[in-house]
Design a protein around this ligand. Structure first.
Ligand SMILES: [Cu+2]
Length: 119
């Protein structure tokens, strides 16, 4: 009788520890996947977009760019008007310039956050 009483708690302990170590392994796998996703997100967000300046309007801080596909917001190539985040950006570029730029959504408007003329 004495040995049986000892056996039951030991069995329970073993089962519990196996189950909990299984949970830990599962959690590690899940957080590993999340880590991979985080690695990919910033890279897509900072991608430079190819474009050609069609019009610069310093007074209204707007720039019209014929741009290539913008993958991170799923936008096909087109010509469209962007807001300039900083009006000083518009002093560096002029109509006809080939540029690389970064854009972000600000409410319903697209804002150019960075722009550089390509040679
Ligand atoms: Cu567009």
């Amino acid at each position: 009788m004495k040995s049986l009483n000892l056996l039951i708690p030991m069995t329970l302990f073993t089962l519990t520890s196996v189950a909990s170590s299984g949970v830990v392994a599962q959690m590690k796998m899940d957080s590993g996947k999340m880590g991979d996703m985080k690695m990919e997100q910033p890279a897509a967000a900072v991608e430079m977009i190819d474009g050609e300046v069609r019009k610069v309007d310093a007074n209204s801080k707007k720039i019209t760019i014929k741009h290539g596909a913008i993958k991170n917001i799923d936008m096909p190539p087109m010509t469209m008007v962007f807001q300039a985040k900083d009006p000083a950006m518009l002093e560096k570029v002029q109509k006809g310039d080939k540029v690389k730029f970064k854009a972000a959504m600000d409410g319903s408007a697209m804002v150019v956050t960075e722009i550089q003329v390509t040679k």
